[in-house]
Design a protein around this ligand. Structure first.
Ligand SMILES: [Zn+2]
Length: 263
């Protein structure tokens, strides 16, 4: 249910059920000529909506539509928050929710630049407010990505306006995609790229990395379905592990970890 649509007494009833809160995190960021600035918002909210359909008592919060986008800040259209601002925003929302009985907050993220702030906020809410925060950036999708994606990856970790992200958009928000304008881009990567801050404007005149021309909705659907499956399972585990939760509804299967977990 949409949290911001509830009335006072509806909110009281919804919060009494010890619900999980779902918060989409995206960004306003240049994605080249074939995808809109709000691509990460469309994707994160699309995943949240699919997760909501599987968890009847989930509270869907209005999204955080701005992200930390230092790497692409020099490209037209990118609006960036600092890590501290984004961390503070997540923590403040978490504290408000925790005060009202929410124990598990799931951050469903569509933008790599948000990972540091999410991790710091999750730790702070854990240490200072006894809240379980899940940081979820397409968890459980490594195998299916390997299986369905065809183009050479520009980088092992980063995806941006490439085959993967364009496929996700073709599945979740196809009206925003202009495939006729999609172009491949494989800029030369400096040897120090992974070990020193490198604005992407130093690499290329577009932040597209990879080959979006081979993207399809079917590839996107396969990746989203795997992510939703993993997120639903992870939320089940997190809720069952909270003190006072009955063990009966503890999910049986394991879910893939999120790429953000080890960071
Ligand atoms: Zn993106």
């Amino acid at each position: 249910m949409r949290f911001d649509r509830l009335t006072s007494s509806e909110a009281v009833a919804a919060l009494a059920a010890r619900p999980v809160a779902l918060l989409a995190l995206g960004a306003i960021e240049n994605h080249g000529e074939h995808l809109p600035l709000g691509t990460d918002n469309d994707l994160a909210q699309g995943v949240v909506d699919a997760v909501e359909a599987r968890i009847p008592d989930a509270l869907v919060l209005p999204p955080i539509a701005y992200g930390q986008a230092w790497s692409t800040a020099g490209f037209p259209g990118t609006l960036s928050l600092s890590v501290a601002t984004l961390q503070g925003l997540i923590v403040d929302l978490g504290v408000s929710l925790r005060r009202q009985g929410v124990e598990v907050l799931a951050l469903v993220n569509g933008h790599m630049g948000n990972l540091d702030a999410m991790k710091l906020a999750a730790r702070q809410l854990h240490d200072e407010h006894d809240m379980t925060v899940l940081t979820l950036t397409y968890p459980g999708t490594a195998a299916v990505q390997e299986q369905v994606l065809e183009a050479e990856r520009w980088h092992g970790t980063y995806f941006h306006a490439d085959e993967m992200e364009t496929s996700l958009m073709l599945h979740l928000a196809p009206e925003g995609v202009r495939m006729e304008l999609a172009e491949a881009n494989y800029p030369e990567r400096p040897a120090t790229f992974d070990v020193t801050p490198t604005p992407w404007t130093d690499l290329s005149d577009t932040p597209v990395i990879g080959d979006p021309r081979v993207a399809t909705a079917e590839k996107g659907r396969a990746i989203v379905e795997a992510a939703v499956e993993a997120i639903v399972a992870l939320i089940g585990h997190a809720r069952a592990a909270r003190p006072g939760a009955g063990g009966a509804d503890r999910p049986a299967g394991g879910a893939g970890g999120t790429p953000a977990e080890g960071r």
